[in-house]
Design a protein around this ligand. Sequence first.
Ligand code: ACO
Length: 323
Amino acid sequence: MIRSAITGVGSALPKRVVPNTELEAKLETSDAWIRQRTGITQRYIAGDDETSASLGEAAARAALDDAGRTPDDIDLIIVATSTPDNTFPATAVNIQNRLGMHHGAAFDIQAVCTGFIYALTTADTYIRAGLARRVLVIGAETFSRILDWTDRRTAVLFGDGAGAVVVEEAAGVGLTSDTGILAAHLRSDGRHKDKLYVDGGPSTTGTTGHLRMEGREVFKHAVGMITDVIEQSFATAGISGDQIDWFVPHQANRRIIEASAKKLGIPEDKVVITVDRHGNTSAASVPLALSVAVADGRIKRGDLVLLEAMGGGFTWGALLVRW
Ligand code: ACO
């Protein structure tokens, strides 16, 4: 059986760190409120010279280095983003050009915070179908550009950044056939489209718009949806929560992460948490968290790693990976 393995991971963050205390001065909020409700202490915010494509390019270069690959080795780039540099062309094509890559194909995927899970599942499908050999999968976001900076209910939650992975056929790089993506499940339900959305777009207002969210409604659905799709992945791979070495969830809110882990029977010390430092970076959050846990030596070859995300739409999904 062909399996897709993750052979390199990289990330990039904007230069500017914005601690909660800096937001206290601009919004009617407090460091204590933000920490207690979300677990966030700081986030990174892109400067004028930083965009989703520039952060995505930096993350991609780091992932390629980690995999011992160059852009010449890649035949497909998939970028998950809701904050593209332009309405078109795709940010993936922009990054392809920045990497000096003029062969292969590149396209974007839009599934908001679940974008990276959708993109990685798509890469796996291309590889298993024999349509691509090596795929660069990137989650890159500059949510600071679509926030309403007068709305304390949303402005404190998000940050900017990018993460990337190189995916290739496991057997082609000498990895055993049980290494790689073991299960992937994607879901969406458009009945919830007005609970978390951007109130503009090229085809409606002709503007970019701002993020709007019914936070309580999102919270109410999050844990059930996340654990449901993870349990489907467990069933596909024939495993249970106690076999997971590392749980790398979407980093939206510490309370959602902890409640999901508890429901799945995954102990706290196996959960990778970066929301405290990064805030919610939407499609970049899972690869950013992955890159932190790989770089600090927690995630190692052979580990069973569970990835999950949930976001606007709603969209949600989970991936089980033998590292
Ligand atoms: N600072 C201080 N007070 C605030 C702030 C703030 N930043 N934001 C809201 N409040 C106030 C509200 O105005 C409200 O005041 P009121 O009672 O006087 O009306 C009070 O705090 C409680 O507001 P709630 O919205 O009910 O607070 P809640 O406990 O639900 O926490 C939060 C809000 C953190 C947004 C929570 O609902 C949540 O985490 N929801 C999930 C959001 C999420 O994870 N979204 C992303 C997932 S999908 C994706 O990643 C795109």
